[in-house]
Design a protein around this ligand. Structure first.
Ligand SMILES: [Zn+2]
Length: 103
């Protein structure tokens, strides 16, 4: 595995575990329903994007060189959420497709 992929996997797992811990803690302490807390978490990602993007514009932007392109950046975030939230295809579905194909 390439170094970049390894770092990306490590970051993904760290963020997932952190958000899962906080999600469970908020559910436990507030008693709010899961979808309310999910929506708050998704809104937080949007807010973080807006703050980080703002730090890359203006008179003294972050020197890393990233230039936010709001429309396409937000599409990337929506696609990532949609892709990650969809259930993975089930093995039984593939079996049913194969059976249907040979019938
Ligand atoms: Zn930067």
């Amino acid at each position: 595995m390439h170094e970049y992929e390894r770092r990306q996997d490590q970051a993904r797992e760290h963020i997932r575990a952190t958000i899962m811990n906080e999600f469970c803690e908020v559910m436990r302490t507030t008693g709010l329903p899961p979808m309310v807390v999910m929506r708050l978490a998704a809104q937080s990602v949007g807010n973080i994007y807006r703050e980080i993007a703002a730090a890359h514009r203006g008179i003294e932007p972050c020197p890393c060189g990233w230039q936010p392109v709001e429309a396409s950046d937000i599409e990337v975030l929506i696609a990532a959420l949609r892709c990650a939230a969809r259930p993975a295809p089930q093995v039984t579905d593939l079996g049913a497709m194969r059976a249907a194909g040979t019938a």
